[in-house]
Structure formats: structure tokens, C-alpha cells
Write a protein that binds this ligand. Structure first.
Ligand code: SF4
Length: 381
């Protein structure tokens, strides 16, 4: 279990009186006392962080006020069969440092940031529900900008968000590579989908050295199911190291042995997508280990966006979906961020980058499904 313990906390002045900031400081002072530095604003924190090495940045926790709005509509709504999907950003950054992580180019600095004005988020959620933008069963994707559980012991944000989601009848999806996810304690576990990212053991050893071991993640996923959570399994990115068919087959067989398929909400599958800037940053930050990600070649799939050659991607999707069909025949699988032509070629519903193979009526029906532990509508993969 890997929890993040900062070596310094930087607090922005506007955040200093907020209850979330006080909570983080109190919990840190009790368990891992460290210096606290107060800065006038988040921009000042970014400027100061840029003067530190990347390794040192990754030990700093910034507790800040959030300048923008919290919710934004999902850019790729065709990926899921939910009526409404929103991204909600409660923080930034991740301490795990996976070689392929897109956060390396998404954020200016490698510090972890927690946004403390969560009462403002509660108001925004309530306002969106009142305005009809959030409807019962809408999905809040809460882990796009980082890993939530490494700092959960300091913030309790996942627990808080689940409670807020209950008020507006939404579902929160938390994506993680942490076994700490199983310690989440919420009053209504059906309000949360715990999305575990998993890779073959070889790929995890090569590219996810600081995340929890894959078998620990699967054990945690099973514990989440025992607590009543739906889980999702994210095979993204699938990395075709030598012997990848055998290693992904073994991974899915292992998952089948450890998990109840009736409490698996979905699988998402995808391969590595990158721009040149990310490729350069990976090689810069992770050296020859990182450059192994590109050994199998690449091709441009959209202007400025690259992925593995199409023939290889098709081989990966065909193999993985055939294994899912064998191990988890009743669970939907979505292709993530793929080209329209490849989705069509694979017989998937049309969508910008990918789409479910079969849409299931979610929306208002989800509480019944969760309550009865029924799997989504059968789908042939
Ligand atoms: S766990 Fe996810 S967010 Fe964190 S470094 Fe790895 S890929 Fe990035």
C-alpha cells in the first residue's frame, strides 16, 4: 500500500481558511510533520516549483484554492453508455510516476495539488442538478488529473465526493492503481465505481514501478466488491511486450478467479496514444526504460496523435476481447480513444474515438441494477 507522504506542504493564502486545508494540515502534522510554506497564490507556487528538480517537486503537496470551474462535460461521451458524463477535478498530479503517464505533459509541474474549496464544488454540483445538466445516474469521472487514493488519508476527498454524489443521485468513478482504494468507507457503496487500472505483470514491472503490484490491485478490487462497490477494470494502455498474449491471458484468468463478474461494471481497453511532446518527455524522464514503449513502432492516427501500427492494435483488440469473452462474457467492454474507422472495422458502434459495443439503458435504472448486483445487459465480445 503506497500512500503519499509529503516532505513539504505549500499553502496558498486564499485556501488557508478553508476546512479542507485545515484538515490536510492537521492530519499531516499528526502523522508526518513537515514544513508548511504559505504562498500568495497558485501561480506563485508554480513559479517556485519550477525552480526545483522533478524528484523534489514530486515530494511537495500544494493545497490551493481552485481558480476555474470544477465540472466539465466529458470530451469523449461516446466512450460510455451513460447519458451524461462529467469530469470533476479535485486535484492534480500523481506520485506513482508511470513511464507512459500523460500527466507528464498535461501539468507544468510534478507537484501534487489538492483543491481545498470543496464547498464551492458542492454548490456547483447542486446547481448543475437544479439546472438539469446532472440527471440521476450521470457519471462523475473524478480521477482524470491524478490518482485519488495516495492522498485520501490526508483529504478524504473520495469519501466526501461519494457523499455529494448521493445528494445529486450521480455515480462517481475513481480510477486507481492503489490498493488503498479498498479502504474507502462510504454510506452507499453503489454510488461509487472503483476503476482499477491493470497491466500485465511484465508491463507493470517495466512501466509502473511505483504503483501497487497488479495482484494487490486485484485483491483490493475483490475487497471493494465485498463491500458492495461496482468495480471497473481498465486495460489502458495495453503494452505489447514480448509474450504479451500469454501475459494478458494470464492476467484476465487471474482476474476471473479473484473477482465476481456480476460486480464488474465494464472493461475499457486501449493502447498507447501519444503526441510527440509526450514521447520526448517519456524519454527524457524515464530514459531507455521509457523508450521501450515505442519499440514496436507507431503511426499517426489523427493529426499530431500517434499510436501503435493499426495491424498491431487490431491484433491486440481481437485477442483481448476474445479473452474477455471467455473470462467475463457478461461484462461490457469499451474501446478507448480509438479511431472511428478501427471501431467500425471491429464492429463497434460508431463514435468519435470509440463506443460501447452495445448500449445499455443506464440513467435512472442504475440504482436497481446496483442493488440487485445484476450485471449490465449481456454483450458478445
Ligand atoms: S497511476 Fe495513473 S495518474 Fe498516476 S502516474 Fe500512473 S498513469 Fe499517471
Amino acid at each position: 500500500m503506497t500512500r503519499f507522504e509529503p516532505s513539504e506542504i505549500w499553502l496558498t493564502e486564499p485556501a488557508s481558511d478553508l476546512w479542507m486545508a485545515r484538515r490536510v494540515l492537521q492530519r499531516a502534522a499528526k502523522a508526518c510533520p513537515c514544513p508548511v510554506r504559505v504562498l500568495p497564490s497558485y501561480s506563485d507556487a508554480v513559479i517556485a516549483a519550477k525552480g526545483l528538480s522533478r524528484e523534489r517537486q514530486k515530494r511537495v503537496l500544494i493545497v490551493a484554492d481552485r481558480p476555474e470551474q470544477w465540472l466539465r462535460p466529458e470530451r469523449f461521451p461516446g466512450l460510455r453508455d451513460r447519458a451524461n458524463t462529467f469530469v470533476v477535478t479535485t486535484g492534480k498530479g500523481c506520485s506513482y510516476d508511470c513511464s507512459y503517464c500523460y500527466l507528464q505533459v498535461r501539468h507544468d509541474i510534478a507537484c501534487l495539488t489538492v483543491y481545498a474549496d470543496v464547498d464551492d464544488l458542492a454548490r456547483e454540483l447542486a446547481g448543475a442538478a437544479d439546472a438539469g445538466a446532472l440527471t440521476p445516474g450521470s457519471l462523475l469521472n473524478a480521477a482524470e488529473d491524478g490518482e485519488p487514493f495516495a492522498t485520501e488519508w490526508l483529504t478524504g476527498i473520495a469519501e466526501w465526493l461519494a457523499d455529494q454524489a448521493l445528494r445529486v443521485q450521480c455515480v462517481v468513478e475513481l480510477r486507481t492503481k492503489s490498493s488503498l482504494a479498498s479502504s474507502l468507507d462510504v454510506s452507499v457503496s453503489g454510488q461509487v465505481i472503483q476503476g482499477f487500472s491493470i497491466s500485465s505483470l511484465a508491463a507493470a514491472a517495466a512501466f509502473e514501478p511505483r504503483a501497487d503490484p497488479v495482484l494487490d490491485r486485484l485483491t483490493a478490487a475483490g475487497e471493494c466488491q465485498e463491500k458492495g462497490f461496482m468495480i471497473a477494470l481498465k486495460l489502458e494502455p495495453i503494452i505489447p511486450l514480448q509474450g504479451w498474449r500469454k501475459s494478458y491471458r494470464e492476467l484476465l484468468e487471474c482476474a476471473r478467479e479473484m473477482l465476481d463478474p456480476h460486480q464488474v461494471d465494464h472493461f475499457s481497453i486501449g493502447t498507447l496514444r501519444f503526441r510527440h511532446s509526450l514521447r520526448e518527455r517519456i524519454c527524457e524522464n524515464h530514459g531507455t526504460g521509457g523508450s521501450r514503449l515505442f519499440e514496436v513502432g507507431s503511426e499517426e492516427v489523427a493529426p499530431g496523435r500517434f499510436s501503435y501500427p493499426e495491424e498491431l492494435r487490431i491484433a491486440i483488440y481481437e485477442f483481448v476481447t476474445s479473452q474477455l469473452s471467455r473470462c467475463f462474457p457478461s461484462v461490457p467492454a469499451y474501446l478507448s480513444l480509438e479511431t472511428h474507422s478501427l471501431c467500425s472495422w471491429l464492429g463497434m458502434t460508431s463514435g468519435r474515438f470509440g463506443a460501447p459495443r452495445e448500449t445499455a439503458a443506464w440513467g435512472a435504472s442504475w440504482p436497481r441494477r446496483v442493488a440487485s448486483s445484476l450485471a449490465p445487459a449481456n454483450m458478445e465480445v
